[in-house]
Design a protein around this ligand. Structure first.
Ligand code: F6R
Length: 595
């Protein structure tokens, strides 16, 4: 959450910063700002609202020919979204941007800044006043002094009129990379600077970087010099184009088959698996993730337990990290994350490692912190995902879990070999069925039109169908703001069925062919109390409801992958008809880098 960027030694800093902010807007979009030093003076522009409003505001200022600057796009944690709370923040000659949370900001203010009048309600402002207060013998010393005092998570980019040829960066528990190209650059995400750099340095926690126009030096917080290995950075073109689609979300739903094909093909071909992993049958596997990635984990549990006969615990990372988890060297931990930067998932990974567990992460962003710190990484090949609500990355995560499940079963000899061969073939072809599932869009548009005014919905399912229901419910609520709940279908009658009345919308996910008749009973129970039920089902399974959306038949273990498609489309079309900001839903950010 929040994206920071900095550049030095460039011909025009403003466009570099604003382009980078546009690309990192997924990290937060309630306000944004930049600061540049031009002719020895700092110029700050910041605005509540989207980066486009910042760009508008900059139009009315003479475009500074500054070579150095910093920028920020915000997801508010302390202080409401406003011009005053937007970053950069300034004190004396120092200006800074911050991603993270300074947890001891109240104590620091009390101890060092009693007489300082704060201009904002942010935790961040304390840091810039501390820099100003500790400045006596160079910016670097002031920065190290300040960094030693701060607690919590902070990635900082700092400029100072006293040393206008240097950009200072600090990393502690919030992502930050720096790189060299025509000038030097820093960003929360490489996407912001991807075609500017040829050399990348990954900063570690507890490090300071000093970026001059053509070199970067690293220090720890005691100001000992650190030597860091440079990495060659492959320039990438940024997928900022919506093509013919109205929103990134719809484009990404349509890219889902390709994301699945690329993920499967990367690790499975006619010669078998090439995962580069030699698993030993563990006592138990833990799967830990947040949000949709957690829902993918729920599907993973079904796969691992049924194929590889390994007991699996699936936990949300925010609970796992503080639960004194019973993990050890005998219980590997799988972390699932699109961004690879989610703060709770990263903390869970570190907790698991501390307890001696081997860690495997399923990650979409290769350069991310979780990918870097995991013992083994299975990269999903969904490509950059821009819409805040995940679709294609979730689809790719499911495929990665299918790959692992089949591979574990093969390695441990826990499933019939012929059956496993059939599954491999089915997995290789899965993208075709997911692509065919997209054909339901016209039917979905009609349903969306009917449902556009509902104020609540229930998603039900059994087994993996409950996992699919959980994801469907999250998708609809996060982008359309309709209150939704997901329920294990058999649980409804233990309380929640009392909420069903005439015309209540219930969406039933029938992924478990073998349990279709059980789900049918639950559908009948809610229909007889007035609910209007829309069933999502595979072609081979008969279900009777008020309306049925039928997707192609696939191997029963993979049914979530096809059945999630109509639900993603339904969420999209309902949100569109309600006029919601689909790609950037309110209060959310794509990369949740705070607790
Ligand atoms: C929902 C969504 C979120 C993420 C969650 C984890 O559409 O995108 O629930 O799945 O914030 O993010 P990652 O996968 O980046 O760890």
């Amino acid at each position: 959450m929040c994206g920071i960027i900095g550049c030095n030694g460039v011909s025009a800093a403003v466009p570099v910063l604003t382009l980078g902010l546009e690309r990192m807007e997924y990290r937060g979009y309630d306000s944004s700002g930049i600061a540049v030093i031009a002719d020895g003076k700092t110029e700050i522009t910041k605005k509540k609202g989207r980066v486009s409003e910042l760009i508008n505001a900059l139009r009315f200022k003479p475009q500074a020919t500054a070579a150095i600057g910093i920028g920020h796009t915000r997801w508010a944690t302390h202080g409401e979204p406003s011009d005053e709370n937007a970053h950069p923040h300034q004190s004396g000659k120092f200006t800074l941007v911050h991603n993270g949370i300074i947890e001891n900001h109240t104590e620091l203010k009390e101890q060092y800044l009693k007489l300082t009048k704060m201009k904002s309600d942010t935790d961040t402002e304390v840091a810039v006043h501390l820099l100003n207060r500790f400045y006596s013998d160079g910016c670097l010393k002031a920065l190290a002094h300040t960094a030693r005092l701060l607690e919590g998570s902070f990635a900082l980019a700092v400029i100072c009129e006293e040393e206008p040829e240097k950009l200072f960066c600090v990393r502690q528990s919030s992502p930050l990379v720096v790189g060299l190209g025509e000038g030097t650059y820093a960003a929360s995400d490489t996407a912001a600077i991807s075609e500017k750099i040829h050399t990348l340095y990954r900063m570690d926690d507890g490090e300071i970087a000093v970026l001059e126009k053509d070199k970067i030096e690293f220090y720890d917080f005691e100001l000992n010099k650190i030597r860091k290995a440079p990495e060659k950075f492959e320039k990438s073109s940024y997928a900022s184009d919506k093509g013919n689609f109205e929103h990134f979300m719809l484009k990404e739903i349509y890219e889902q088959p390709e994301a699945i094909r690329r993920t499967v093909d990367a690790y499975l071909n006619e010669n078998g698996f090439n995962l580069g992993l030699k698993p030993q049958k563990p006592e138990r596997i833990f799967i830990v993730a947040c949000g949709s990635a957690y829902h993918a984990g729920l599907v993973g549990r079904r796969i691992f337990e049924s194929l590889a006969k390994i007991p699996v615990s699936v936990e949300t990372a925010s609970e796992f990290r503080y639960s004194e988890p019973l993990v050890s060297e005998k219980t590997p931990v799988i972390i699932i994350s699109q961004s690879g930067e989610t703060a709770d998932s990263l903390a869970a990974l570190r907790e698991a490692k501390k307890r001696g567990a081997k860690t495997l992460s399923i990650i979409n962003v290769k350069e991310s912190t979780i990918a870097t710190e995991s013992d083994f990484v299975l990269l999903t090949r969904a490509g950059p995902e821009i819409a805040v609500a995940t679709t294609k990355a979730y689809g790719a995560q499911l495929s990665a879990l299918y790959l692992l499940g089949i591979y574990f079963a093969e390695s441990f000899g826990t499933a019939d070999k012929k059956e496993l061969e059939k599954m491999k073939k089915a997995l290789t072809d899965l993208h075709k069925s997911v692509s065919a599932a997209l054909n339901c869009e016209e039917q979905i548009k009609e349903i969306a039109h009917r449902l556009r005014h509902i104020d609540r919905a229930y998603f039900i399912g059994r087994g993996a169908g409950f996992a699919a229901a959980s994801e469907g419910s999250l998708k609809l609520k996060e982008i359309s703001y309709i209150h939704c709940e997901a329920y294990a279908a058999g649980e409804m009658k233990h309380g929640t069925i009392s909420l069903i009345e005439k015309d209540t919308t219930v969406i039933a996910m029938n992924t478990q062919t073998a349990l279709a008749h059980k789900l049918q009973s639950n559908i009948d129970e809610v229909r007889s109390r007035g609910a209007r039920v829309i069933a999502v089902t595979s072609a081979d399974s008969k279900i009777s409801a008020d309306e049925t959306i039928t997707v192609p038949e696939v191997h029963p273990l993979f049914a979530v992958s096809t059945q999630i498609v109509p639900v993603q489309l339904l969420s999209y079309h309902i949100a569109r008809l309600r006029g919601c900001d689909i790609d950037k839903p309110r209060n959310l950010a794509k990369s949740v880098t705070v607790e």
